[in-house]
Design a binder for this molecule. Structure first.
Ligand SMILES: Nc1ncnc2c1ncn2[C@@H]1O[C@H](COP(=O)(O)OP(=O)(O)OP(=O)(O)O)[C@@H](O)[C@H]1O
Ligand SMILES: [Mg+2]
Length: 399
């Protein structure tokens, strides 16, 4: 059990402290199998002319986020008559998971790297990676998306930046190394080889050049402080995937599959590759799981149903979600506006948000779970300093 951090209290009556502690202890955070008090979310409470409360969550995007804020608000309003005087600041301090925490110098400010992989081509990795990135950014997280498909980059098209992205350089004074600055769209920092080369030119690079190009996207890009870097991998289990898996410390991998049998054999291959290089499997997403017809609104299971689910159970892979085949997703990718970034009000958007919540919960659990950390020698764990609490600050309206 971790030591409990004592919050900083200034001019706070004992009764209010007690009310806060009781309220936080009663607020369960089921996705992390704990309660809000054990998470040390309350960092300071200062009562002066105004009442300033600072909460630090282990991540934005937890399903319990609202409940935690509500628990604090309820305790506060029971003791402070004028709610207008209360400033509730909510920060998040995303920690790297244990496997991620053995950092590579250049990308030390990226807290968690998540690989999106598949054994087979065309199952929707890039679509999932794009929409998941936008979904996670919409939850308040700082997100980047690295297109590691050096042969067939999709991200420039999916984000409407084909031939349009301006990649500026930035030279670090201390090292004199020049980094590429990733363009930002829909709140996601993006990098793809498609931003740098003529998209119509055939790729004639050989294995080692390809592997080195994909590594440069990690090391020669100024990613800055990110909570999550999502990596859209090429299909299969080839050179690029292996190089990344072996050379970059990552928090985990998401495998995308369609329900067809042929795709499922590839799920086994992809999972085995990650097992071999000790990359935790965050879970499986079954894409194109079923088809919802625009005119009849009925669910059609054209690729057979639940196949990926069955396979996932056999392989002990958690299922992160099932995504239907819908024309809005394809149109979004083709038109350069990821489905999640489009203004359309569509019920399937919630599926992506749910997956984003689950990914956050799983990675946060890994990060705060002492048992996982025990596998890594302590001096290899990078302890983010207090000053590293992200700048992103949100104020929730009081009830
Ligand atoms: N759920 C979905 N509904 C409708 N269309 C989809 C869906 N998922 C993917 N697509 C479409 O399927 C095609 C292939 O998707 P995508 O490019 O994301 O696959 P991929 O696995 O990244 O392919 P590759 O292996 O070539 O990198 C795209 O045209 C995309 O718009
Ligand atoms: Mg792709």
């Amino acid at each position: 059990m971790k030591e409990h951090l004592k919050p900083e209290f200034v001019n706070v009556p004992e009764a209010l402290i007690e009310a806060l502690v009781t309220s936080l202890k009663k607020t369960l955070v089921p996705e992390l199998k704990t309660d809000a008090y054990s998470l040390n979310v309350l960092r300071s409470l200062k009562i002066d002319e105004r009442v300033v409360v600072d909460l630090v969550l282990p991540s934005f995007g937890l399903r319990s986020e609202k409940n935690i804020a509500l628990a604090v608000k309820k305790a506060l309003v029971s003791h402070i008559a004028n709610a207008d005087l209360i400033d509730l600041n909510i920060y998040s301090d995303v920690k790297p998971s244990a496997t991620q925490s053995i950092k590579t110098k250049d990308i030390a400010d990226v807290r968690n790297i998540i690989l999106v992989a598949s054994g087979k081509g065309g199952v929707g990795k890039s679509t999932v990676a794009s929409n998941l990135s936008v979904a996670m950014a919409s939850l308040g997280l700082r997100v980047g998306l690295l297109d590691a498909d050096v042969y067939g980059p999709s991200i420039p098209v999916m984000f409407g930046l084909l031939g349009d992205a301006e990649v500026k350089g930035f030279t670090k004074e201390d090292s004199k190394i020049t980094y590429m600055i990733p363009p930002i769209k829909y709140d996601v920092s993006l990098m793809s080889i498609g931003f740098l080369i003529d998209s119509d030119a055939p790729m004639i690079w050989r294995g080692p050049m390809i592997a080195s190009a994909s590594m440069q996207m990690f090391h020669n890009v100024f990613w800055g402080q990110l909570d999550y870097l999502i990596v859209d991998l090429p299909p299969g289990t080839g050179d690029i995937q292996l190089t990344i898996a072996q050379k970059i410390n990552v928090s985990g991998a998401i495998i995308v599959s369609t329900p067809q049998d042929v795709a499922l054999k590839d799920v086994v291959r992809a999972k085995k590759m990650f097992d071999k290089v000790n990359i935790p499997n965050i879970g499986l997403i079954e894409n194109m799981s079923y088809f919802i017809c625009d005119s009849c609104d009925k669910r059609h299971e054209i690729f057979s149903s639940q196949g990926a689910k069955r396979q996932a159970e056999i392989l002990d892979l958690p299922i992160l979600g099932e995504l239907p085949l819908i024309s809005s997703i394809r149109q979004g990718s083709d038109n350069g506006i990821p489905f999640l970034a489009s203004p359309e009000d569509h019920p399937i958007k919630k599926h992506f948000i749910d997956i984003a919540h689950d990914v956050v919960a799983k990675v946060t659990s890994m990060a705060i779970n002492d048992e996982t950390r025990d596998n890594v020698s302590l001096n290899q764990i990078k302890n983010p300093k207090n000053s590293e609490i992200p700048e992103k600050k949100r104020r929730l309206p009081l009830i």
